[in-house]
Ligand binder design. Structure first.
Ligand code: SAM
Length: 290
């Protein structure tokens, strides 16, 4: 099958031919728009020297475009029923490896090492299953895998939170976690009509360019994220009130005020106005003193 898998007609025929039924619980919404597929692939800036890791290939519509652009493609699919379908539909391409498994449970470092021996750079390119978008992205980032780029289609609302700057209502601990590891960019928004079956939410494609080193120096990242979580616990409260109710005690309020001031952070600001640099300064100082 060298024909496009992704056209609405072909997708419907493939589903019928193999007797496939969609599992909502696995976030199965297949893309049927070649133009959007191409824009996703272009955003990943692939060429023959590069590798692409796809998470959740479905029946292989994006996979097919990737095999034509990247030097090698590795696609990880959890649904066992799709493995023979993928192997059959992609049998004419010799630069694709389909792996059956849960991306959150596999040892990705070893897979990348073994599969991409000849590729100079690796991008993750995927139309992610929406029920596990954030855990998948955070696992890719926190494990500090040898990846240059992550180009993914996700829920629009989550994409907006990942790219948000301080001050807006979308800015929160997810923005900080993502931007600590990468430079995010909104690539495009996608109507729900380009999927079979159509999801209930709008979608967006984002590109996360991984930083060579994190944006700020943090002494203890676990403690940093505790401070961030506590500061956003109640968005309408000031940072001093959030910190005293969620991470410290009322007795420590005075001490906290002087620490915030020594970090040049006004205690009456709200958590959503602090930059990553300010959170880093604050958490490093709090950890040193408390
Ligand atoms: N890439 C295809 C496309 O664009 O048409 C399918 C995308 S669909 C939104 C998500 C795919 O991820 C499904 O094929 C689903 O079975 C698979 N999937 C769900 N959870 C997964 C997991 N934990 N690990 C790997 N694949 C998963």
């Amino acid at each position: 099958q060298k024909e496009r898998i992704s056209s609405p007609k072909n997708t419907k025929e493939i589903i019928k031919k193999y007797g496939f039924s969609f599992k909502k619980s696995l976030g199965q919404n297949f893309l049927i728009d070649q133009n959007i597929l191409e824009r996703i692939v272009n955003a990943a800036q692939l060429d023959q020297s590069k590798g692409a890791l796809e998470i959740g290939p479905g029946i292989g519509s994006l996979t097919q475009s990737l095999t034509q652009t990247a030097g090698k493609v590795v696609a990880i699919e959890l649904d066992q029923r799709l493995i023979p379908i993928l192997n059959d539909l992609l049998k004419h391409y010799d630069n694709i490896e389909v792996i059956h498994g849960d991306v959150l449970k596999l040892d990705l470092r070893t897979i990348l090492e073994e599969q991409f021996k000849e590729q100079t750079e690796i991008s993750v390119v995927a139309n992610l299953p929406y029920y596990v978008t954030t855990p998948i992205i955070m696992a890719l980032l926190e494990n500090q895998l040898p990846i240059e780029n992550i180009v993914v289609m996700i829920q629009k609302e989550v994409a907006e939170r990942m790219v948000a700057s301080p001050g807006g209502k979308e800015y929160g601990s997810l923005s900080i976690a993502v931007q600590y590891y990468c430079e995010p960019e909104m690539v495009l928004t996608v109507p729900h009509t380009v999927f079979i079956p159509q999801p209930n939410v709008d979608s967006a494609v984002i590109r996360l360019k991984l930083r060579k080193k994190p944006r700020v120096h943090i002494e203890d990242s676990e403690y940093f994220f505790k401070v961030v979580q506590a500061s956003f616990a109640q968005r309408r409260k000031t940072i001093i009130n959030n910190l005293t109710s969620n991470l410290f005690t009322k007795d420590e309020k005075q001490k906290l005020i002087s620490i915030l001031e020594s970090c040049e952070i006004n205690p009456s600001r709200r958590g959503e106005t602090l930059s990553i640099e300010e959170y880093a300064r604050l958490s490093n100082r709090l950890r040193e003193i408390t």
